[in-house]
Design a protein. Sequence first.
Length: 263
Amino acid sequence: MSFSTHFTHAITRRPAASITLGLRAVDIGAPDLALMQAHHADYIAALRETGATVVELAALDAYPDSVFVEDTALCLPQGAVVMRPGAPSRLGEAAEMAPHLRALYGHVVEITGPDSFIEGGDILVTEREILVGRSARTNAAGIAELTRLVAPWGHTVREVITPPGVLHFKTDCSLLDAETILSTRRLSASGCFAGYRVIDIPDGEEAAANTIRFNDRVLMPAGFPRTRDAIAGAGFTVHEIGNSECAKLDGGMSCLSLRFTPR
């Protein structure tokens, strides 16, 4: 069973009322909290339908972006690494997540360097390597520290570059199976996925690049029919979920959960 696509557990966090104050690269309007909560409930239901145990954490009003739990940690079979987010307003989110990870994992380590910044949205874990995109939120020091922390667990880190103007590496890509990556053309053109099978996102649907393969299905944002058909045509079972409100805060399918099988 693939450790990078099949999981027994997920951690999510309810959207906070303060979500309207969340960070965004471009202001296209404030998210509708009620609609985001409805989409979030659909997301959790989809995870549970695969047989997973979903831990739902309470909303954190002090942290408007805290619904995007993926940025707080990297979860691997051997243990979890607590991140150090590059946005100052999000630094406290990782500390809030740490005790929940320690309750489930035997090994939890942390990024601690004062000059290290790294967010989970920049990390794509495959069966053979961990790809980390350097971005506005993840720097070389953070990547170097992560490399040292996961080496004893047998993992290799490869640094890649997030396209200019793109928030996170996984804004533009996602893993569909051990050998297949869904990617925007602007990212795959860099050659960072050499050796993998790449499904290119159709022009104009770049916002659909962030999906998650979770057990027997691919969860993707609704409203991108050509991408949906490309994924289904490659043999995957697709489940569409509304993402209009999270998208206003640069959020996607992977941002909303930590996915893992703890030892």
